[in-house]
Design a protein around this ligand. Sequence first.
Ligand SMILES: CC(=O)SCCNC(=O)CCNC(=O)[C@H](O)C(C)(C)COP(=O)(O)OP(=O)(O)OC[C@H]1O[C@@H](n2cnc3c(N)ncnc32)[C@H](O)[C@@H]1OP(=O)(O)O
Length: 199
Amino acid sequence: MIIYGSGGHAKVIISCIVANRDKVDLIFDDIPGRKEIYGMTVSGFYNSDILPDQKLIIAIGDNSVRRKISNQVKHPFGITIHPSCIIDKTVKLGEGTVVLHNAVIQADAIIGRHVIINTSVSVDHDCVISDFVHLAPGVILSGNVYVGENTLVGVGSIIAPGLTIGKNCFIAAGSVVTKDIPDGTMVRGNPAKIISYHL
Ligand SMILES: CC(=O)SCCNC(=O)CCNC(=O)[C@H](O)C(C)(C)COP(=O)(O)OP(=O)(O)OC[C@H]1O[C@@H](n2cnc3c(N)ncnc32)[C@H](O)[C@@H]1OP(=O)(O)O
């Protein structure tokens, strides 16, 4: 597997790959000066000619950056799932998606491309998670929740059943969402209230 990115999120993804006894073949990072991560050498700028058939995961937590890079990468995209996860056999996972330590995904959930299902996230039955979403550690989605593209659901947030969270939203840490959230809004609190229309 090739990793694109060498920050903290990359460490967790490498941990996941190593736990699966897979090999990290190469690490790209466009930020100069990053030489080593997790005991592995960082090779520098992305180069589509190196190991062109090897699968790649974009290990960058920022949804917009991950989306931008995905349009530039020529390698095929991989998936990694930590062995501690419980994922129902009916679940669909898109390319480039990572399911990190201790996450649970229940029946008939659909997870898009380049999604981050972070540590100890719970995604219940029939949820639909769109491309480039990040569900931060400890998020709990009840059944039948829809999350639009590019949205960040912050650490420890809880989403009540059947709700629609728009695209490009920011759900602040610890929010309890009890109503649908329109596109491009930031919400926080319990119950979560709209703080700003940030996009
Ligand atoms: C592995 C990983 O780490 S993945 C990480 C994924 N990222 C996240 O989950 C993002 C989490 N971060 C947050 O949610 C932060 O709380 C933020 C970004 C919303 C803070 O936003 P800021 O605008 O910087 O808030 P700031 O610190 O200026 O506080 C402004 C006010 O909002 C309050 N506030 C800040 N965050 C929250 C929150 N999550 N919920 C409720 N109130 C909050 C503050 O207490 C403060 O209140 P006051 O004016 O009465 O003193």
